[in-house]
Write a protein that binds this ligand. Structure first.
Ligand code: CP
Ligand code: NVA
Length: 313
């Protein structure tokens, strides 16, 4: 396979709405039967590279690749030549000759795009500064499972509040729009989503019967929402901004009042790790409307579905 024909998953809209649906259906099926497909039997190796810390992504890809019959080759980039400055393109050329897919958690989106441009094997974004598309597949699959199936997604209002400029906000915009949802982002003025991504999401939402709303008003964002999502106010790589961010996001906390404004029975998502008392209260994340543990479990099923789908193109 050549680098020009292989499919990659670098951002949520690298797949069509129909393809997203196919992957989500497969994710729900994998939850019922962990050994449904074994596309990496052999075993074939899959490289899983981390430039940033991880618990869920590391464990879910490792476990998932093993359950798909493959061998997960987990690499901390600090202990690899990539971490010493070996060009991404050279790394891609070497890896593609040995592994069946490359999964990478890194910083700039341009880095993973460069990896993909030089890899004849699928490259999967395991989080960049701009997107976390595997997480959104898991989130959508968890919501679908909790609501009786993938058909339940279209038409739901999904509100994300907090840091509107981070990877989760951008992926909710694109991934939620692709699922035909009404996606709302509530964030302080200085932390609004990238306007180019808002534009892309708005176009996709219009095609899929959904909509996109971006606001600086927490109450407007959450009013009547079916799903409330949030994320840390200080993402990996933003740690030096901790003090300046600390005072900005308080009005966007997901608390009991937020749930009163949302639709009755609204469900709560958080990709984790969570900071109780910051972006979400303990009462909410540990309460009956939270589906965060199902969401975390779906990292495994959704990524197995994605890898199976990519491996069988
Ligand atoms: N949600 C998520 O990606 O978690 P990790 O950083 O632990 O992988
Ligand atoms: N926005 C967070 C997500 C962590 C899974 C970060 O990038 O640190």
């Amino acid at each position: 396979m050549t680098a020009s024909t292989v499919r990659h998953f670098l951002r949520d809209d690298d797949i069509t709405a129909a393809e997203q649906r196919e992957i989500l259906e497969l994710a729900l099926a994998f939850r019922q039967d962990r050994h449904l497909h074994r596309p990496f039997a052999g075993p074939q190796a899959v490289a899983v590279i981390f430039d940033k810390p991880s618990t869920r992504t590391r464990v879910s890809f490792s476990t998932g690749i093993a359950e798909l019959g493959g061998y997960p080759l987990v690499i901390d980039s600090a202990t690899s030549q990539l971490g010493r400055g070996e060009p991404v393109a050279d790394t891609a050329r070497v890896l593609e000759s040995m592994v069946s897919a490359i999964v990478w958690r890194t910083f700039g989106q341009e880095l993973i795009e460069e990896m993909a441009a030089h890899s004849g094997k699928p490259v999967v974004n395991a989080l960049t500064d701009s997107f976390h598309p595997c997480q959104i597949l898991a989130d959508l699959a968890a919501v679908a499972d909790a609501r009786g199936g993938v058909d339940a997604l279209a038409g739901l209002t999904l509100t994300y509040v907090g840091d509107g400029a981070n990877n989760m906000a951008h992926s909710y915009l694109l991934g939620g729009a692709l699922a035909g949802m009404h996606v709302r982002v509530g964030a302080p003025a200085a932390y609004q989503p990238d306007p180019r991504i808002v534009l892309d999401a708005t176009r996709i939402a219009a095609e899929q019967g959904g909509s996109v709303t971006v606001t600086t008003d927490h109450a407007d964002a959450v009013a009547g929402a079916d799903i409330i999502a949030t994320d840390t106010w200080v993402s990996m790589g933003d740690e030096e901004q901790y003090q300046e961010r600390a005072g900005v996001f308080g009005a966007f906390q997901v608390d009991a009042r937020t749930l009163e404004l949302a639709a009755p029975g609204a469900q709560v998502l958080h990709c984790l790790p969570a900071y109780r008392g910051k972006e979400i209260t303990a009462e909410v994340i540990d309460g009956p409307q939270s589906i965060v543990w199902l969401e975390a479990e779906y990292r495994l099923h959704a990524q197995k579905a994605l890898l199976t789908w990519l491996a069988t193109r």
